[in-house]
Every structure is written in C-alpha cells, then in structure tokens.
Write a protein that binds this ligand. Sequence first.
Ligand SMILES: [Zn+2]
Length: 154
Amino acid sequence: MHSDQEVNFLCDQNLGRLAKWLRIMGFDAEFMPFWDRAKMRSATSCGRVVLTRRKKMVDQKGFYVVDDDNIMNQLQSIEKRFHLRSKRRPFSRCCICNIELVSVEHQEVHDLVPEYVYSTQETFAKCPSCRKIYWKGTHIAKSIDFINRIGGKQ
Ligand SMILES: [Zn+2]
C-alpha cells in the first residue's frame, strides 16, 4: 500500500471503541453493529478496510484482523500497518457520527456551551450532523495525551 494514500475503515461489532478512537484521531472509521456481509462487500469494493476480531478472516482481501483486546495496542498495530502516524488529525471528525467537523464562529456557540467554556476557549468546531460542539478543553487535552502514549516508531 502506498503510504500517502488515504485509508478508510469499517469496524466490526466488537470494535466500537476502536472506531471511536480512530475518529478522534481524524480517521474515517465506520462501525457496523452486527456482522453485515452486504455492508462489508460494499466497503471493501470502495477500498475501505474491514477491521475485525474474527481470526478466520486473516487471509481475506480487504480485511485486517485486530489481534489484541487492548485499545492502545489495537491503535498501535493499525497505525503501523497502514502508516497512519503522520496522518493523524485529532479533533477534525465527530467521534459519534464519523463526519468531518466544521469550524464555527465564537459568538455562534454562546448559547450552546457552558459560560466558562465560552469565556476561556477561542476555537470551536461543530458536527454538521449531530450538532455537537467541540473545543480544545481538558477532555481533549487528555485525549491528546492518550494518543501520544500510543507511541511506536514507524
Ligand atoms: Zn456528530
């Protein structure tokens, strides 16, 4: 696989937490709540990689078997396999909807976030689908810390 190519994912029903973290890191990661053959077929035909815990899928084209229960190890192995480290764009994507965030004007969020957030934060982004507002507050700092701890040289 060419290293500057964009990689998109489809996570199986056992990898919901992984999907959420991939999104937080800025990667396109769809989630399927059950083993959905049609969904997997259409995903792989578009070049999307299916991430699964099912070991028997190991030799299937378009599949990558995640062979670890630990979220940190899962992220590490996927970043390594698909050369993702340099492509991280934390907090560019909604972790619930898997949609890219759009930036919003400061005054636009006045009634949508707590007062102390409004007065202390400058940069806000919004999910065009669920309308969740994101800002670089403490929970984001913690997540960045978590992402940095994934580590691993490539
Ligand atoms: Zn959303």
